[in-house]
Design a protein around this ligand. Sequence first.
Ligand code: IMP
Ligand code: MG
Length: 183
Amino acid sequence: MTGMDSCIEKVLFDENKISELVKKVGKQISEDYKGKKLLLVSVLKGSILFMADLMRAIEIPCEIDFMVVSSYGSGTRTSGKVRIIKDLGIDIKGYDVILVEDILDSGVTLSTLKQMLESREPASIKICTCFDKPERRIADITADYIGSRVPDEFVVGYGLDYDEKFRNLPYVGVLKRECYCNE
Ligand code: IMP
Ligand code: MG
């Protein structure tokens, strides 16, 4: 057992399960975006692994770009504020944009980001999230593509962090309370 594994209470998605859900979403997007000017926008850092796998599961031409936003600081609850740390490198006007996220929780981050990007006149803009926690939603937003729902628990791995750690776990698991309660 490594140091990271000992902080995991239970594994929710192992590598095989993750690969299945990514393929399912990649197939849907490949069908829906045939002939379109598809741009995948990865919202860093959490979506790095999902983005890397998803783009390989998409069988039609697409472009990619990245944004860095921050909403959490180092805690486990949203601050309700979104800060753009790195903006897109290209003008998205006329593109069919898909925002690629790691997890949709309160939805505050993505609804703010979506509004901001809509003003740049993309042809369309949709949301693809690897994981969805619908019980926690505050903002009026739903994802168009969802890998899987997750229970209302704090999960880490496959890009998801707690205090910037655990992103490199190849699976997704629930973090033990004792590993974040003493913050
Ligand atoms: P929202 O604005 O509350 O939807 O925040 C979404 C962001 O919060 C995600 O992109 C993650 O970075 C982070 N987040 C929300 N829930 C979790 C979780 O269970 N584990 C790790 N990060 C999370
Ligand atoms: Mg985070």
